[in-house]
Design a protein around this ligand. Sequence first.
Ligand SMILES: [Zn+2]
Length: 315
Amino acid sequence: MTRSTRRSIVLGVLLVCGGAITLARSQAPGAAAQGRGADGAPVIQVDRLKDNLFVLRGGGGNTAVFVGSDGVTVVDTKIPGWGQPLLAKIRELTDKPVVRIINSHTHYDHVGGNVDFPTTVDVVAHANTKVNMERGLPPKGAESRVPPDVFKANGGRNIAKRTFQDRMTIGRGAERIDLYYFGRGHTDGDAWTVFPELRVMHAGDIFSGKLVPLLDSTNGGSGIEIPDTLAKAAALEGVDAIITGHSTVMTPADLREYSEFNRDFLNYVREAKKAGRTVEDAATRYTFPAKYTGYRAPQPDSIKNNIEVIYAELK
Ligand SMILES: [Zn+2]
């Protein structure tokens, strides 16, 4: 991979998932801000959330690393090319082997490293995410900004092997992991991973932070369903901290607020459609309600894209 290819892929990450921009802005300017050191080598930052739970940042979506007695569970594997650096970083944290990957959804910046893991590793995802992985279609509104499909380029290596519909439990006791599906939103296969003993949840991009979401209708995303999906997840008991797709660790109260933000946005779009406004006009007129402090659009066209998706759903 040439340096310019790398740069365009890194840029793609920034453009696809707005949360990455928050991350980049919070770091020093320059190459390191994009997850690479001055020599171009991948830089993965480790935050220890609990004794046996880490958040690994850089190179795409936030990865959760959960160390159990039988091995390591990895939630999301970053952009293509970052699987090996991720494995190397995990080896610095524990001697135990990686036994499973959980993918929060199908996007390349969360599954890209899958192909670098041994094929003996179990790969768990929602049933719709497996279908989306097999199709390999780029996210709606970001078609020109994503790299070629990583699974197609690797003969389908480490596409999801085990799937669930509404709920799945893995392991037991202090090492139990609960997976939930609460409905469509960012895609139609957004898995919520809970570590009940630690009271921590990994949300993936369906909870991207205080950001206008990417509604990837190509992969089943829905602007009509996302408020309810988020509200169901926020109502789940026994969670204190939520690892977002790209932003900081947040709380269930933040998630409730995010649900309301999306509900208010949906209501705005419904009214605009009723009033006969074009997508362009509705987008130009939109202003962020004052009560949602710190919220913003990750891309100049985020609002317009989402109005377009919701208009199509309302037909
Ligand atoms: Zn995503």
